[in-house]
Each structure stands twice: as C-alpha cells, then as structure tokens.
Design a protein around this ligand. Structure first.
Ligand code: ADP
Ligand code: ZN
Length: 725
C-alpha cells in the first residue's frame, strides 16, 4: 500500500504530494489525515497523509514511511477540504493552510512540543463496603467515601486530605493508582445563571434565527451597544445544544473579553472549550483534543477557532464582526467569514454576524438581501444611549489646556466625587511619540524603519513600534550634546502620569500592550476595575471592545484624530467603529452616560456622526465616497506588496509587475501603482505596493497565480498577494 504525503514545508515550490510505501507495521493504523515522518533526500521531514491507495503512480522504487506521528486522525474530511478552499481563496500553499488550521503542538517546529498531560487517579480494588471494612481509622474511611459518587478521585485531591492515609491504602492494596490523560485548562466553575426573559426586540430576532436553524443562511444581528446580543446568542445556543449539536462562537480576542467567556460559563457550565492566543501551547492542544473527542459542545475562540474540529455544528456566531482581527495578516491571508460560510454549507447551519457597527461590506450585503438583517434599536435594560460632546482641542490649546480639556477635567472631578467610574481612550501607547532636541532639531528615528522612536518612561528606553528596536535614552542629544531634549506626542504612559498629578486621590489603572503582556494580568486588571478598586481606566483601543462595566458613566476620548489620519481608505470606518464602540461603554446601567471627544477637527463629518450615534448616517455618507472612489463594496481589491532589501531592485520589479498586470487584466479592472507602501522601510526591507480594483475579472486569479510563480524563482525579491484586501 502507498500513501500520498504532503510535506509540511511552507515553500510553494514543494507544495505537492509525494508517494511513500506504507510499511507492514503501519498498515492497520495509518489513516488519511494523520501526520507521518518520512525520508526526503537526506532529511527526515514531516507530512500529512492525504490519500492511501493500493498502487504507486510512479515507476521507481518508493521509500518507506518512517513513523506515524498521530494516533488519531487530526485532519478529518471536512478540514482537509477547508485546506483546499483556503489555498484556492488566498493562493497560498496547501501546506501553509493546514499549518494555520492546526494547533502549534501539532506542527513540525522544534520548540512547539507539547505532550499530552497525565494525572494520577485512584480506584478501589474491592467493593465500597469491603473497602470501608478494611479501613483502620476515620480518615481512611473519609477517603473511601470520596469514591462513592464517581468511583475515582484524583490523587492530588486525595493527598490534600491525608498524604499518609493515601500511602497506607495504596500499600495495603485497598486502592490502586492509574495515570490518565487530563486537560490542563480548568475553567473555574461559576454558580449557574438563569437565562433572562428576552425583550420584544430580542425575541423577534431570536425567533427569526430559530425558525431557520437547519439552513445555510447568514444573519446580520445589528444591535446598538448594550442591546443584549449576547443573551440572544446564548439562547440560540441553548436550543442548538438541546438538539445534540454544537456551537462555534468567535470573538475578536478573548483575552480582551473575559466577561464574555464568564457569561457563557455561568450559563452553560464546564462543557466549553476556549481557544485563544493567551493560552500556552499545551493548554491549546488540550482544548483542541477536548473538542476533537467530543467533550465540548461550545467552542469560544479568536480567529483560528474557526478551524475547531467540531463534528456537528448547529450554529456559528461571529461577534463584533466588524473587527479586523478576523482577517489573518500573514499567509495564508484568509478571512474568517469565508471559512464560516464553508462550514455553514457543510453542516447546514446558520451564521450570526453580530455588531453595532458592521462594516460597509457586510451592511451592503444585508441591504441587498444576501444576509438576513435583524435589528436591535434599544438597549436591553431600556437605558438610553449616552450623550456625546465634541471639544475643539485648538481652542483648549489656546487656553493652555494641552492635554485635558477644561470640561473633561471638570467631569472627571464630578464622577470621582460621586464615586462613579471613568474610562479614557487614547489610542497610542508609550510616553512620548516624538523626541526632539530643541537646540539642533535632531529627531530620534529607527535606524531600520521609517518611523520615529517612542519613549517608554518606565523602562527609560526608546522603542520602534514596527520592528521592536530599542535604545537607551541619554539626556544629551547625540548630535549636538546639549541637554535640550523635548518630549512631544502624548501616549498612555504620559497620560497616566498627568492624571495622577491632577487627581492625586484617584486610583488609576492603565491598560495597553505594555501593561498587559504578562499572562493573566489583563484579567486581573479588569476584575479589579469591575470591583471598583480603580476609579479611572486609561487604555488604548483594547478598552473599547465589548466591556460591560455598569458603574462607568463617563468616557473620555483623547486625540480622536489619531486613527482618522492613517492613510487607508478604511480609516473613517475604523474611526467611526472605534469611537462609537468606546462611547458605548458609558451608561450601561441606571445612570445615563456621557462621552467627551477631544479633537482638532470638531467639524469632521465622521466625528459628528459618532456624536449623534448615527450608524446609518455614517453608512450612507461613507458609501457615497466609496462609490465615487471605486472602493469596496463597489469594487473588490487585490493588494500586492513587492519587497526586497535592495531598494532599486524592489522598485524595478514593482514597476515591471504593474506593467505586466496592466497589459493582462480586463479592461474594467484598474491597476494602481506601484507606490511606496505606508510602512515603506521595515527592518531594512523596502516595500512597494500595487492596488488592483476590479468588479468582474475571471482572468485575474490566473494572472496572479502566474505572477506568483514567476516571483518564486527570484530569491532577491518577494511578492505578497492579498486577494481579500
Ligand atoms: P451588547 O453585546 O449588545 O452590547 P450585552 O449583551 O453586553 O450587549 O448586554 C448589555 C447588558 O444588558 C448586559 O448587562 C446584559 O446582562 C443585559 N441584558 C441583556 N438582555 C437582557 C434582558 N432580556 N433583560 C435584562 N437585561 C438584559
Ligand atoms: Zn524599526
């Protein structure tokens, strides 16, 4: 017998299967969808078995498989197909698709190794009564009583009661011990919560979904912040589970939404598997196996959880579906929706996309009838949306208030007096973003990238936010040696210092990637804030997502212009979503909330629409612009990056690529560029970009594939293709 094996190498040049002979000792056990190790030239490599057949298809002697690496199938029929789908959608290699789909513990990389974890369990050698009779004292009897309910207990647990009693019982062979596979991650079991009675709006949405629960259909659940989307998800899931099916729930980044998982565990108990980047490799592997073995009927996870090996999916939920974390930034550049649609088709189950600020692409599809639109206009607890104030920072600067406007400062004082909580969003971490010498004008820049270095005060160093380069900051200017450095540009760290000076009695906590990098620290901060151990929470965009803190009655947004000024056709949309979501954190219970937005452009249309919490106003306004400028959802965009360490070479290749495209694409397709990319030089690699706008172009994919293979030959330059831009 012969196995066709796909090598686990990302290189596109070897992205095909090779035949290997299946040795006698593996004939019974080896199955399609398992990994094996095989000889390849002089190397020993790993690969996936994609086919098992009787005869070889080549006329030379085959080498033998060395070893079978899995004792169960890790890529079932559905997952194997998904890999092919990703390859077709993204033009990536099949091997890199499977690599993305599997947990790290199952990948060939050296330091990824995580083995199954075992724990000792104790069992009785005799019946319960006999065991009691054999006991010498009360403690031993107490231990035996623990076996009554399930017949076994963990040795660790037993040792906690009495180490010596366990020893004695083992020695006398009244009990024996056995090693059993266990899962590392233990979800703390909460007291179970009752389900809530749905509001009229919630009920309508719920019933629409349930009516069509056996169909391949996508719902867009468009609900204002606090409208109770989660409650709808949970009740739909309850129904799905009753029918012995499973639920797949995606959230942008779980570690940012511990409350979300908490709500689920409170409702459904322990049969939940959690998958996200905050877990160790071993923990992820365990969760993955729990799902594989049918021990979880609800999976909650970030993007890659869409590949969870569930066998009977009844509902796929994508919460905060506008989030750009659902698109993978490196290869394969897949979008989670495409995989969800594949699985919805495969399992004949609905998808729910939930958001208060759906992207234009999503809303346009709903308006066209491709998605079924469900709307929640009111907050679930019937509280009103917050009122919102725009403050002109230019006027404030004139008055000498360079960071906090007078009105925001007043309002913070007021909330502190009332013992209500405040959240402040500033979407830039670090202390100062520009360090300049006032004597000679010198500015600190990254030597490898085109960006200024950010000063981080707590570590006293300068850091590049692109490549991670760090440098100790001396008080003297490296050029003119004067002690005249000025610190410009406000980051969260400086803001924290300033607020501490202004409100010395307030407890302030800062949440950004610098303060939350340690495992578990974020959860701790959130919990403390929820318990009102802090009065003010400062943070970057990570605090704008899905958090539900009832005592927050004031949200301040500083320098709202930061995201607005990013050169990207989606910057308005991103700004609108960020600020709208952040505003939505205010006034989520009885006391009405207030939002203060500080900006240098108070007349900006997008900010005005945020102020009025007017999603549809934004939608119509921005759709006009997109139409005029031929951007999505009116055109699709394919985006190419050509990069090389050699500037002239990259430029030349980019030019040739663009010319090749212009010659070959359909007439209605627009090829723009090459231009230098937003992040032009990163780590000394130069980036050029080409943008292709198209509506109908059957040839384009073939052309891009051809282009891709031409670049494969040249090692000096690299081409990245993003078909889902
Ligand atoms: P969203 O995700 O839509 O922003 P949430 O799901 O966080 O909103 O719900 C907002 C708040 O309303 C939560 O505290 C939730 O417990 C509460 N809630 C949701 N549905 C109901 C309901 N039917 N009755 C009472 N409270 C509800
Ligand atoms: Zn750099």
């Amino acid at each position: 017998m012969v196995a066709s094996v796909l090598l686990e190498i990302k290189a596109k040049s070897v992205d095909k299967t090779f035949d290997y002979k299946i040795p006698e000792f593996l004939k019974e056990t080896l199955k399609v969808g398992m990994r094996v190790s095989i000889p390849f030239g002089a190397q020993k490599l790993q690969g996936y078995v994609l086919e098992i057949k009787q005869e070889k298809s080549v006329n030379y002697e085959l080498k033998e498989i060395i070893e079978q690496l899995d004792d169960e199938v890790i890529l079932n029929k559905e997952l194997l197909q998904i890999g092919n789908h990703i390859k077709e959608l993204t033009l990536s290699s099949l091997s890199s698709a499977y690599n993305t789909m599997l947990p790290s513990a199952l990948k060939a990389k050296k330091n990824n190794k995580a083995s199954k974890k075992y724990e000792s369990y104790l069992y009785l050698n005799h019946s319960l009564e006999e065991s009691y009779a054999l006991c010498k004292n009360e403690i031993q009897k107490e231990l035996i009583s623990l076996f009554e309910s399930s017949g076994t207990i963990s040795k660790k647990e037993a040792n906690n009661i009495s180490l010596s009693a366990v020893k004695t019982l083992l020695k006398k062979e009244i009990i024996f011990e056995k090693q059993e596979e266990c899962y590392r991650l233990q979800i703390g079991l909460e007291e179970l919560d009752q389900k809530k009675e749905l509001t009229e709006e919630q009920k309508n949405a719920y019933e629409e979904i349930i009516k069509r629960k056996e169909e391949e259909i996508t719902f867009l659940l468009h609900g204002v912040t606090g409208s109770g989307k989660t409650e709808i998800y949970m009740q739909v899931i309850e129904k799905v589970i009753e029918e012995k099916k499973q639920a797949l729930v995606l959230v942008p980044e779980i570690s940012l939404t511990p409350q979300f998982v908490q709500n689920f565990t409170k409702r459904f108990g322990s049969h939940i598997a959690v998958l996200h980047s905050g877990l160790s490799i071993g923990e992820k592997y365990d969760e993955w196996r729990k799902i594989m073995h049918g021990n979880s009927n609800i999976v909650i996870g970030a993007r890659s959880a869409i590949f969870a090996p569930l066998k009977n999916i009844g509902i796929i939920i994508i919460d905060e579906c506008h989030s750009d974390s659902y698109k993978q930034e490196n290869n394969p550049k897949y979008h989670v929706f495409d995989i969800a649609q594949f699985r919805s088709h495969y399992h004949k189950c609905p998808i729910i996309l939930g958001s208060a600020t759906p992207t234009l692409e999503i809303m346009a599809r709903a308006k066209k009838g491709l998605f079924k639109l469900l709307t929640l206009k009111k907050r679930a607890q019937n509280n009103s949306l917050p009122t919102c104030l725009l403050v002109d920072s230019k006027e404030e600067v004139k008055k000498g208030n360079s960071i906090l406007s007078e009105i925001l400062e007043q309002k913070i004082k007021d909330r502190l007096e009332k013992q209500e909580q405040v959240m402040i969003l500033l979407n830039r971490r670090g202390h100062s973003t520009l360090i300049q010498c006032s004597a000679c004008g010198f500015v600190y820049k990254c030597p490898y990238c085109d960006i200024t270095l950010t000063f981080h005060k707590s570590t006293k160093n300068l850091r590049c936010h692109y490549c991670g380069y760090t440098k100790y900051l001396d008080n003297r200017c490296p050029e003119c040696k004067e002690e005249a450095l000025n610190y410009y540009g406000l980051g969260t760290e400086k803001l924290e210092n300033i607020l501490n000076e202004k409100f010395p009695t307030a407890n302030i906590v800062r949440m950004d990637t610098d303060t939350t990098s340690k495992k578990g620290s974020l959860e701790k901060m959130m919990k403390s804030f929820q318990e009102k151990k802090y009065d003010i929470l400062i943070g970057t965009q990570m605090i704008s997502k899905g958090l539900d803190f009832p005592s927050v009655t004031l949200v301040g947004i500083l320098n709202a212009d930061i995201t607005l000024n990013i050169p990207d056709f989606r910057s308005s949309e991103k700004t609108f979503a960020l600020l709208y979501q952040a505003s939505g954190r205010a006034g989520r219970s009885k006391i009405p909330g207030e939002v203060v937005i500080e900006t240098f452009n108070p007349d900006n249309k997008v900010l005005k629409l945020v102020q009025n919490q007017d999603y549809y106003g934004f939608y119509h306004y921005e759709m006009q612009i997109r139409k005029l400028l031929k951007y999505p959802p009116f055109y699709y965009i394919a985006h190419l990056i050509i990069k090389s360490r050699d500037y002239e070479f990259a430029k030349e290749e980019a030019k040739k690529t663009s010319e090749f495209l212009k010659k070959n694409v359909e007439e209605t397709t627009i090829v723009l560029g090459p231009t230098i990319a937003n992040m032009f030089r990163v780590n000394n690699v130069y980036h050029f970009e080409i943008m292709i706008k198209y509506r109908f172009d059957d040839k384009l994919k073939t052309i891009l594939k051809e282009l891709d293979s031409m670049f494969l030959i040249n090692r000096k330059v690299e081409l990245e293709i993003d078909l889902n831009y």
